[in-house]
Design a protein around this ligand. Structure first.
Ligand code: SF4
Length: 397
């Protein structure tokens, strides 16, 4: 037992999560494949893919978040113009460097033009690999969007079967849905704890814990999360005189861990965020009742209970209402917009979200980052000034 483990019961499980976060060679995925002969590891770009479908087919869903701040991008740059975000370049860099060879396929969800284009380039560079574009519906009528989406799910499943995955029985799909629901309930417990006592579980730690789910099956991830939850109850922690903030805009290319820690060091308790949104994309449980066709259950969950985020059409709803609801639910005092540079979905929404906050008198500030940003002094000063202003005057002015 290390000194830090002796003094902090959560240190050991958090260290494991950090090791996964830093492992750009995906050794955990390699070990999973050794332990599951014939199993396929299927990568997925942000934000959301229906993970239970993959697990029900004996596949390991692997969330790909680019190269973070540990990778020099050289070849990846030559495929994209300079004025787009970094995640597609670093993802290609990883692929061309061989780190993603462990993957048997790749899913590209329809969240923005960049991911769509990355899928096309991927197909040209790696024509022998399985790839699928996950065309998520923007029509939420069950007879239209629902029928379309279940068709998409079956099309992707058929493609995977063609590559050796096992066809999922309804019972296996239901079992995978149950495991996913169970994992997400623990994630919700951790979120509730963070809202109640943000000093007991820091946002940077919650981030690492959720991020571990990128390369773990739902059941194993849940076990890690339960371990963490139990350790946190024993953790000695004291409250800080911080400002409670919601962070929005970081749903795809992830901010460097150092940036999240910088916000904390600047006096912000991040009580709600969209960092690992894929795991929280469905609000509440996916239906797991045996009377419901599990394919339809997956589709209904997406149609009826998908979160409001910039890449998801919200119909007649008003932009900003969902954010204000989140601020109220988390008893937050302000909002920090943190978006990847050149992220169209986040940055196009931001003015509408800011206007909605202004109408409610909720303070906010904004910053941009790249996954490899390394200098945080300016961000620390900006976030520090924001938290001081909110603390002193209840506004960012
Ligand atoms: S960071 Fe934004 S623009 Fe870039 S791929 Fe993700 S959603 Fe698209």
């Amino acid at each position: 037992m290390t000194d830090s483990t002796a003094s902090d019961p959560a240190a050991e499980v958090l260290a494991r999560c950090l090791a996964l976060y830093e492992d750009m060679s995906f050794s955990r995925v390699r070990r999973w494949k050794e332990a599951h002969p014939g199993g396929l590891a299927i990568g997925a770009l942000p934000i959301y893919v229906p993970r239970p479908l993959l697990e029900a087919m004996g596949c390991l869903p692997v969330s790909i978040f680019g190269g973070g701040d540990q990778l020099d991008v050289i070849r990846g740059d030559s495929y994209f113009q300079s004025y787009i975000c970094r995640i597609p370049r670093s993802t290609l860099e990883l692929a061309m460097g061989g780190q993603l060879d462990v993957l048997d396929g790749m899913l590209f969800p329809s969240i923005c033009d960049v991911i769509r284009n990355l899928g096309g380039i991927w197909n040209m560079l790696f024509p022998e690999r399985f790839t699928a574009y996950v065309d998520l519906p923007q029509n939420f009528d069950r007879d239209i969007g629902g029928r379309f989406y279940t068709g998409e799910l079956r099309r992707i499943a058929a493609g995977l079967v063609g590559r050796g995955a096992k066809p999922p029985s309804d019972e296996e799909l239901r079992a995978a849905i149950r495991r996913e629901n169970s994992r997400r309930r623990v994630l919700s417990e951790l979120s509730a704890l963070r809202r109640r006592e943000p000093w007991r579980l820091r946002a940077s730690e919650a981030y690492l814990a959720a991020r571990a789910g990128s390369v773990l099956e739902a059941q194993e991830h849940e076990a890690w999360l339960r371990e963490l939850l139990a350790a946190l109850e024993r953790r000695e922690a004291r409250a800080y005189d911080n400002v409670r903030v919601v962070v929005r805009g970081a749903f795809c290319e992830q901010p460097p861990l150092g940036l999240i820690r910088t916000l904390e060091a600047a006096g912000c308790d991040i009580v709600d965020d969209d960092f690992q949104l894929g795991l929280h994309f469905i609000e509440g449980d996916i239906e797991e009742d045996s009377s419901i066709d599990p394919w339809t259950a997956l589709s209904n969950a997406y149609l009826d209970r998908g979160v409001a985020t910039s890449s998801r059409y919200i119909g007649e709803a008003t932009k900003g209402d969902a954010l204000i609801e989140s601020v109220r639910a988390a008893a937050a005092e302000g909002v920090i917009f943190a978006a990847a540079s050149f992220c169209d979905p986040a940055l196009l929404d931001q003015p509408m979200l800011e206007a909605a906050l202004d109408r409610q008198g909720i303070p906010h500030t904004s910053l941009k980052y790249a996954e490899n940003s390394g200098q945080f002094q300016v961000i620390r000063e900006q976030a520090g000034a924001f938290s001081d202003a909110v603390k002193l005057w209840g506004s960012a002015a």
